[in-house]
Design a binder for this molecule. Structure first.
Ligand code: NAD
Length: 430
């Protein structure tokens, strides 16, 4: 059992802290957001993440997990200190390291003996060295810095943390690596022991590669639509090639969003520029994704005509993907803006993102359920692949709509079935 401080209690920090408590450690989760910490102490979880609430409550009650705004106290008590603060993009796409540096400084000032400082935030190559420098200006004793990037996916974060494909441990020297090996001992998954810069690069390379797969398959989908091929069958055929792989990220749709892919693609483009390396593929990945986020509008206009003024359009799904309430860079936001710019009447429904959405979306209606959303609608547009949508009663949907038009940006329904049920149905690449 180790005493661990996790600095930053967002998606990654809260999941990391909670799961480390669950596997037997004593964890202090720290955040500068006092409201968030007060809520967590009362059992109010700031994010929607399947299975997380139960684990937080269980470990909080058993006292293996605690929440605080006192970084000094948490660091002083701990042998391992994780940095899990945000690394948002700046206007030019480069990574804002302000929060990481502030956290490193606070850690440095609170150091009272040997500790392993673990960088879990996604950071540009070389940030580990910067953390080392910042801490050592405040503390001259022994400590190790490790890069341990996180690969969890929002929506299945707890499972991903508990059953990782791999755990990457960059640097740390023999002592630091020993501590990290013991800390993760209860978890399965391959261990990748490497140097700090390689570990930092593994994270960017993985996310940029996954984003590339999505833009790649979306471009294939756009050709499929022109030539009459079916992109889902194409992806199935591709995945059978072992060099591509059965889990390859090849689901065509309305594009990627979220807090990671857009930011990390931009970040890696910037890192390439700074190192005078041309990485044109990534520029195209980004441009393709931006175009894809706008690709539903012409499909809606194919069904409703160019003029959308006064047309009632229902949007199913606000989150950037299913099983999360995260709306950062969600394609739904692009679609909604396009429709509002054309004076359409927009009504939205999302099973969990609705509350957060009320704070950022205006001039539209929120429906209480997905049937209510389609009442009297001229068109239904699907932007998130929530499982509840798949199970919808299609006959009921059709009877509620003014006109049975569906534009499916996530290929939730089967083309044949939708035709059979009498919908005018356009999806992606089929
Ligand atoms: P987030 O914005 O949800 O949370 C960051 C938290 O850090 C916030 O609660 C903020 O108040 C807190 N914070 C900032 N400065 C602090 C300080 N000095 N001391 C204490 N707390 C501080 O961010 P996130 O989505 O959890 O991402 C964190 C990092 O993990 C990023 O680098 C991200 O790229 C990476 N990452 C995210 C995911 C994901 O799915 N969200 C997955 C893998 C990696």
């Amino acid at each position: 059992m180790k005493k661990i401080a996790v600095i930053g209690t967002g998606y990654v920090g809260l999941v990391t802290g909670t799961c480390l408590a669950e596997i037997g450690h004593e964890v202090y989760c720290v955040d500068i957001d006092s409201q968030k910490i007060e809520n967590l102490k009362k059992g109010i979880i700031p994010i929607y993440e399947p299975g997380l609430e139960e684990l937080v409550k269980k470990n909080f009650e058993s006292k293996s997990l605690s929440f605080t705004t006192e970084i000094r106290e948490a660091v002083e008590k701990s042998e391992v200190v994780f940095i899990a603060v945000g690394t948002p993009p700046m206007a030019d796409g480069s990574v804002n390291l302000e929060y990481v540096k502030t956290a490193a400084e606070s850690i440095g000032k609170a150091m009272n003996g040997y500790k392993v400082i673990v960088n879990k935030s996604t950071v540009p190559i070389g940030t580990g060295d910067a953390v080392q420098r910042i801490v050592s200006t405040h503390y001259q004793g022994e400590f190790d810095v490790v890069s341990n990037p996180e690969f969890l996916r929002e929506g299945s974060a707890v499972k991903d943390f508990m059953e990782p494909d791999r755990i990457v441990i960059g640097n740390g020297g023999e002592k630091g690596r020993g501590v990290m090996t013991e800390l993760y001992a209860p978890l399965p998954g391959e261990r990748v022991m490497t140097n700090i810069k390689t570990a930092e690069m593994i994270k960017y390379a993985s996310n940029a590669y996954l984003a590339t797969s999505i833009s790649f398959i979306n471009s294939i989908a756009n050709i499929c639509e022109k030539v009459g091929a079916d992109v889902t069958e194409v992806a199935k055929g591709m995945r059978l090639d072992k060099r591509i792989g059965r889990y390859a990220f090849l689901d065509a749709g309305v594009g990627y969003g979220g807090s990671c892919f857009p930011k990390d693609v931009k970040g890696l483009i910037q890192i390439a520029h700074e190192n005078n390396v041309s990485f044109d593929i990534l520029d195209s990945v980004e441009a393709t994704n931006e175009a894809q986020k706008q690709s539903l509008l012409p499909k809606i206009q194919t069904l409703l005509g160019k003029n959308l003024h006064g047309k009632r359009i229902a949007i199913w799904g606000l989150a950037f993907k299913a099983e999360t309430d995260d709306m950062r860079e969600a394609p739904a936001l692009t679609v909604i803006k396009q429709l509002q710019d054309r004076d359409a009447e927009v009504v939205v429904f999302d099973p969990v993102a609705q509350e957060g959405a009320r704070k950022i979306l205006t001039n539209l209606e929120f429906a209480n359920d997905f049937y209510k959303a389609v009442e009297n609608a001229d068109c239904l547009v699907i932007t998130t692949e929530w499982k509840v949508f798949k199970d919808a009663d299609l006959a009921k949907i059709k009877s509620l709509m003014k006109n049975p038009n569906v534009v499916d940006g996530r290929n939730v329904f089967e083309v044949e079935l939708m035709k059979e049920k009498g919908f005018n149905y356009i999806s992606v690449g089929r």
